[in-house]
Design a protein around this ligand. Sequence first.
Ligand code: OAD
Length: 255
Amino acid sequence: MAGAGLSTPSGIPDFRTPGTGLYDNLQKYNLPYPEAIFDIHYFMMDARPFFTLAQDLYPGVNYKPNVGHRFLRLLHEEKKLQMVYTQNIDGLERLAGVPDSKLMEAHGTFATASCTLCGKIHNPDRVKEAIIDGDIPIMCEAAMCKGKVKPDVVFFGENLPSSFWDYHHHVHFTDLLLVIGTSLEVYPFAGIVDTVGKTTPRVLINLNSVGSLGSRSNDVILAGDLKDSIWSLTKALGWEEKLKNLEEKYDSSEE
Ligand code: OAD
């Protein structure tokens, strides 16, 4: 399970860290309350704050995967990865090479887009272009529809993708749960940690202790910066060279 903390080493602020988190830095948007930026009712009234943020966050434009994302890919290559459940919409797990079949983007994605009123599916490339050019709001092309189009990012007030609920099935086959960079404050996502069986070890990789992690005798808490924890874990697994190679492979494929 991953949250916004996983992407802070890539330069993307998380939401709730006091001072640096996005919710403490939204003054320029004049929002009535911070979460309004992801509130579907607010979006209907004023789509500009979300689109300004989306312009910066659009996957593959400004930010690159970091060692945490590549560790997830390495887990996959080593056939140890069952599934990544992420709350992040930055697409960095995908860019790092976690395959689609192993990725559940619980809070949605920029990869598809649809009308908030009639549901018509819109061309994601055109939506991307409009977001990056600041050509917003994007209006629905369906006849008679005056809805606004948005990427299929899940807002407060919207349903999670139905396949999210498959976690109830997956947790039965999980040998170990890694929880990386999340405050576990947002449900239903946070509920996954309490659904895994009591005999399944849960490992928290986070700056601080969160949720119910630490309440079971077989919980492990790796507190501190996740880059350090990921490298320690990698070393303990004897995978240091493999992770370094992945880093180099990624950097050279960029040039
Ligand atoms: P939060 O900002 O709530 O939590 C991020 C967590 O990551 C915090 O506990 C930080 O201490 C930790 N963290 C940050 N940088 C770290 C680092 N370098 N190393 C280790 N830990 C680090 O973000 P989420 O839990 O992802 O929802 O937030 C959940 C949801 O709230 C988001 O998906 C979003 C937001 O409202 C929607 O947009 C629907």
